[in-house]
Design a protein. Structure first.
Ligand code: FE2
Length: 140
């Protein structure tokens, strides 16, 4: 069983909304892990995974809106990363319904989402936050 994913300050972008939502995403990943460890059935696990999926989609939407507001030059690329990953996350719910819960599947879901997030935050979201910060500084 994989260890819990924790948000830590190395993942901080400095953009408040983005950081708040990232923290919530890590909480949602751990909720799914805990739900499984408590021996809950398919229904509870589906609920937990649905929350994680929906929150991921909401987060991407909010982040993209922020990029548009700031005319972020790398918007199209960043959006593509989000879209591709969104498809993958939505596929997990279908797998859970078809195959039923297993340690293997829950591990795969949590590690795939957790690892993707860590990478994406470190590279793409930090780049975005730095751009926003520079734009804000230039405006004042
Ligand atoms: Fe992002």
């Amino acid at each position: 069983m994989i260890v819990d994913y924790q948000w830590d300050s190395s993942l901080e972008t400095g953009q408040e909304m983005i950081d708040t939502q990232h923290k919530q995403l890590f909480v949602a990943i751990n909720d799914l892990l805990h739900t499984y460890r408590q021996g809950k059935g398919s229904e509870e696990l589906s609920k937990s995974l649905d929350f994680l999926t929906n929150y991921t989609i909401k987060h991407f939407f909010d982040e993209q809106r922020l990029q548009q507001k700031y005319h972020y030059p790398d918007y199209e690329n960043h959006k593509k990363y989000h879209e591709t990953f969104k498809e993958e996350v939505m596929g997990f719910s279908r797998q859970l319904i078809m195959k039923g819960p297993s340690e293997e599947l829950i591990n795969k879901v949590c590690s795939t989402i957790g690892d993707w997030l860590v990478n994406h935050i470190q590279v793409q979201d930090k780049k975005l936050a730095a751009y926003i910060k520079a734009q804000d500084a230039a405006a004042h």
